[in-house]
Design a protein around this ligand. Sequence first.
Ligand code: CA
Length: 217
Amino acid sequence: MLSILIVEDEQAIANLIDINLSDEGYRCTCAYDGRQGADLIERETFDLILLDIMLPEINGYELLEYVKPTGTPVIFMTAMGAVPDRIKGLKLGADDYLVKPFQIGELLARVEAVLRRSGKGEKQLAVGDVRINTESRHVTKAEQPVELTCKEFDLLVELVRNKNIALYRDRLYEKVWGEPFVGETRTLDTHIQRLRKKLDWEKRIKTVFRIGYRLEG
Ligand code: CA
């Protein structure tokens, strides 16, 4: 499930975006000021951030500095339709911007487009002879269907989307299970073992000492 952080101090707007994106199957988190946003950006991993510019505490431009090191795509939301503001946002590295008030349809289209461009919205993923359709949630290996549980599937997609990157156990767990990691690694480890077995990926999913796992692509 793709996760989106919404940083917006007008709660009614934040909630409206939350409801609509959740309906589309995204996992949403809201922050109502810049400080909350910065904390979440430092603590958690998101696939996309919707960032209002005029925010209490830390404004959207400043928040972008927190986002940059994470490489997470950003869509600016601004009430300021003025061209210089849009250009400033894009120059600072935002991936797109929305001018308020916007139609929900436009928001969804831009979210999809940015996720697609960043390689996160892809419906077809492939590693070796394994093919994954993230929409139908079908997995095949050498063109033979592979039956995975819901969490095994989500874990597989997370590994594939971060191919060749060592993933921390806690981050991986929180991403797939959507709840805080409290130090119990057995659930994650058994799911990894099952994936290795079902996909014959004993060699492909590496255990990274003291960190977690890495899928070699
Ligand atoms: Ca605002």
